[in-house]
Write a protein that binds this ligand. Structure first.
Ligand code: DON
Length: 304
């Protein structure tokens, strides 16, 4: 498979079509990014990297970090985790509060904000230096020191964090939050403010394409069955109320972030990260989704 040629074709076609969206501005600092940037990095299971466009430019990974923190926590709690958070698509926006009340403080899945806050709370219960350990974990997955937390994005999120703060208090009222709220929010906003390039992000997802073994960290990160489950969660919940559409158009487990990034895996073949900051009204990158749709159309194999 000539990945280089395929991603170059995809890049050209997406740029020619030039569908536009809107850069996230509910976190004001994210709105300062230049909207025309666009990069793709594909990493195969031998470690070969194929990149095009702005694939080496660091960007705010935002909710994509929820996959990394879920992996850390899943390794510690295993199936006990599922008494605190469900594994169902929510059909609601990522920052919705309403469902949490109907469902008595048990978030639908670990990728909506309510669920991710529970995961970060669980992480804070088991890791003594959570921010440092998340950073080290992702660096290890990528096989190099590449993670940087953008302090301006982090403080912008804190300053405009009313919704996440409300979710955390709500969870606490249902006794589904064990640690100090401000401390957990600090960890959550730090993980969201991580900046990485497409190439490093794709490398950090490689273990999910490889039955839990990272060729960059040179070790088994999680068991094969846990890797399968994280992929199942990404496929069904990774794009919030657009998860069905992403599965229909692209057909890969993937995770989006409001920084405009998408990371996805083709199990047993490759991991990929695509970035373009302009989002659709569900908070997912317009060009990144289009690129992945074109890519999976061009491949001679598919997940299904
Ligand atoms: O908590 C938030 O709202 C952001 N830090 C992350 C949201 C996000 O990336 C949703 N994904 N598309």
């Amino acid at each position: 498979m000539d990945y280089k040629q395929i991603i170059e074709e995809v890049y050209q076609e997406v740029q020619e079509e030039n569908q536009r969206g809107k850069v996230a501005d509910y976190i004001p600092e994210l709105a300062t990014v230049s909207p025309d940037q666009f990069g793709i990095a594909l990493v195969d299971l031998k470690g070969n990297v194929y990149g095009v466009g702005d694939y080496q430019v660091p960007f705010s990974i935002q909710s994509i970090s929820k996959v990394h923190t879920l992996t850390m926590v899943f390794n510690v709690f295993n199936n006990k985790l599922w008494s605190r958070v469900n594994v169902e698509p929510s059909g609601d926006p990522f920052n919705s509060i309403a469902q949490l009340e109907y469902e008595k403080g048990i978030p639908r899945n670990p990728f909506i904000n309510a669920g991710a806050l529970v995961i970060t709370d669980a992480l804070c219960s088991k890791f003594e230096k959570p921010i440092q350990q998340i950073t080290e974990f992702i660096n290890e997955l990528a096989g190099e020191t590449c993670v940087k937390i953008n302090g301006d994005v982090k403080s912008s999120e804190f300053k405009h964090g009313e919704r996440n703060t409300a979710l955390a208090y709500f969870l606490k009222s249902y006794k589904n939050f064990n640690n100090n709220i401000d401390e957990v929010l600090e960890v959550y906003f730090s993980q969201c403010a991580i900046e990485m390039s497409c190439v490093d992000l794709a490398k950090s997802f490689s273990f999910l394409a490889n039955d839990g073994f990272s060729i960059f960290a040179k070790q088994q990160i999680i068991s094969e069955s846990s890797a399968r489950r994280i992929n199942a969660l990404m496929l069904t919940c990774g794009f919030y109320d657009e998860a069905g559409e992403f599965a229909y158009r692209v057909g890969l487990p993937g995770k989006s972030g409001v920084g405009g990034g998408v990371a996805a895996v083709m199990p047993h073949k490759f991991s990929i990260a695509v970035w373009s900051p302009e989002l659709n009204d569900k908070g997912n990158s317009v060009k990144a989704i289009k690129a992945l749709e074109l890519l999976t159309d061009k491949l001679s194999f598919s997940l299904f």
